[in-house]
Ligand binder design. Structure first.
Ligand SMILES: [Zn+2]
Length: 391
C-alpha cells in the first residue's frame, strides 16, 4: 500500500494517474456535466437546469434541493430503471410533509461504497482481524451488510452484534470471539467499554448522526487508541468521508460528492468557515442529487493534510437539528460513572433514566432523574433512547 488510501480509491474508481487538486476538480466538472446531460435526456427532476457548466464555481448559481424535494419527487429523482434498484432506504420519520424520504441505490452504488469502507477500515482492520459490527443489520445492501462485505474483502471476519443483547451477553461475546476492532456508533462503544471493559478491543471506527466530543474522548481513553471517525448519509450512499492516519478531519470521496458550505441564507462560505454542508452526488448512479442541503454542520479544513493527500477534508460533523439530545449525550457521558441513559418526555417533563457504573452525582439538569447501578442483565438503552425521546 503506497500513499494515502483515499488517493488509491480515486485511482481505482476513476483510473486517475495522479490525484492532484487540478485533476480532482477536472474530474468533478466532467462528472457534473455528464449528470446534467443525463437529467436533460431522461427528463429528470433537474431537467430545467443548464446542460453544461463552464466551471465548478458555476454550481453555486443552481438552486438547492431540500428534504421536501426528496419526499415529494422520489420518482423524478430516480435516474435508473426500477430493475436496477438493489436497495431502497426509507425514513418515515423525517421530512416536513410526513411522507417517507426514500433513497435508491444500484449494485454499482453499493459496490463503490464497499470500496470506500475498505479504504477507511483498511487503516486498522487487518487480515485475520475480528471486527464487531454494532450497526443494526437491515438486510442485504443495508449499512451492516455493506460494512461486513468490506471487512470480509479485507481478509478479516465480521461479527454482527445481535440487537437486544444484555451487557452480560456482550461480555461473554467479547471473551469468546476476541474481536480486536469495532465499527458502530460512538455512544454504543462507550457504553460497552464502560460496562464490559475493552477486553480484546483495540481500535474502532465510529459513525453516527452526532459524535459528541465527550463520547469520543471517553472511548479513546478506554480503548487506548485514536478513533477513526466516519461520515456518511443515505443521500451519499451511506459512505461519505473517511479518516486517515493523521486523524485530522475526514477525507471526502470527492469523485462521488461535491461539497459546498453555506450559511443560513444559503450564501457560499470559504474553506475554514463553519456552515451547512451542501452536497452534489455526482457519483450516484440511481439517485444523484444536486446541491442537497444536508442539515449537517461542518467546515472544510483549509490546510493540506499531513498524510499528503490533496483530497478535501471535512471537520467533525454535527446535526443542525436534534442538538438537545446531542447536548444531553455530551453532558451525561462526560461523567465517567454514566453507563447509559434513556431520555423521555412525559407531559412536557424530561425524564432521565441513568444506568451508573460507579459513584457520582449528576449536575442540575432540569429533569426528573432516576439513577441505578447497571447490572449484567441490563440491556443498552441507546437504541430505544433515539426513538423514545421527543425533544
Ligand atoms: Zn489525510
Amino acid at each position: 500500500m503506497s500513499g494515502p488510501r483515499i488517493d488509491a480509491l480515486l485511482r481505482l474508481q476513476e483510473g486517475m494517474e495522479s490525484v492532484s487538486r487540478r485533476e480532482i476538480e477536472e474530474l468533478q466538472l466532467r462528472k457534473l456535466n455528464a449528470l446534467l446531460q443525463r437529467e436533460k435526456e431522461r427528463g429528470g427532476f433537474y431537467r430545467d437546469l443548464p446542460e453544461k457548466l463552464g466551471s465548478l464555481a458555476e454550481l453555486a448559481s443552481l438552486p438547492f434541493t431540500t428534504e421536501a424535494d426528496l419526499t415529494e419527487n422520489a420518482a423524478g429523482l430516480l435516474l435508473c430503471s426500477q430493475s436496477d434498484i438493489r436497495r431502497i432506504l426509507s425514513d418515515a420519520t423525517s421530512g416536513t410533509t410526513g411522507a417517507a424520504k426514500r433513497v435508491f441505490y444500484t449494485e454499482g452504488d453499493c459496490a463503490r461504497t464497499v470500496q470506500l469502507f475498505m479504504a477507511g477500515l483498511g487503516e486498522f482492520v487487518f487480515p485475520g482481524s475480528v471486527t464487531l459490527i454494532g450497526f443494526p443489520y437491515s438486510g442485504p445492501y443495508g449499512l451492516g451488510d455493506l460494512i461486513a462485505r468490506a471487512i470480509t474483502d479485507l481478509g478479516a471476519r465480521p461479527l454482527a452484534l445481535a440487537p437486544g443483547l444484555s451487557y452480560g451477553e456482550l461480555e461473554e461475546l467479547l471473551e469468546r470471539e476476541r474481536p480486536d476492532t469495532f465499527v458502530g456508533m460512538p455512544v454504543q462503544l462507550l457504553s460497552l467499554l464502560r460496562v464490559c471493559g475493552r477486553g480484546s478491543l483495540r481500535r474502532a471506527l465510529v459513525s453516527g448522526d452526532a459524535c459528541p466530543e465527550a463520547v469520543l474522548r471517553g472511548c479513546e481513553a478506554l480503548l487506548g487508541s485514536r478513533l477513526f471517525p466516519h461520515y456518511g448519509s443515505r443521500e451519499m450512499a451511506l459512505g461519505g468521508a473517511i479518516c486517515c492516519p493523521a486523524h485530522e478531519g475526514m477525507h471526502l470521496r470527492e469523485n462521488h460528492v461535491l461539497a459546498e458550505i453555506v450559511d443560513e441564507a444559503g450564501r457560499l462560505l470559504s474553506p475554514g468557515e463553519t456552515g451547512e454542508l451542501v452536497i452534489t452526488t455526482i457519483g450516484m448512479e440511481a439517485m444523484p442529487l444536486i446541491r442537497y442541503r444536508t442539515g449537517d454542520i461542518t467546515r472544510i479544513l483549509p490546510e493540506p493534510c499531513p498524510c499528503g493527500s490533496q483530497v478535501l477534508r471535512l471537520d467533525a460533523v454535527h446535526r443542525k437539528e436534534g442538538t438537545e439530545l446531542a447536548a444531553l449525550d455530551e453532558q451525561l457521558f462526560s461523567l465517567p460513572f454514566v453507563a447509559d441513559y434513556r431520555a423521555e418526555r412525559r407531559d412536557g417533563r424530561l425524564i432521565l433514566t441513568v444506568l451508573t457504573c460507579g459513584a457520582g452525582e449528576l449536575p442540575d439538569l432540569d429533569a426528573e432523574t432516576k439513577l441505578r447501578p447497571v447490572t449484567k442483565a441490563d440491556r443498552p438503552l441507546y437504541l430505544r433512547k433515539r426513538k423514545v425521546v421527543q425533544l
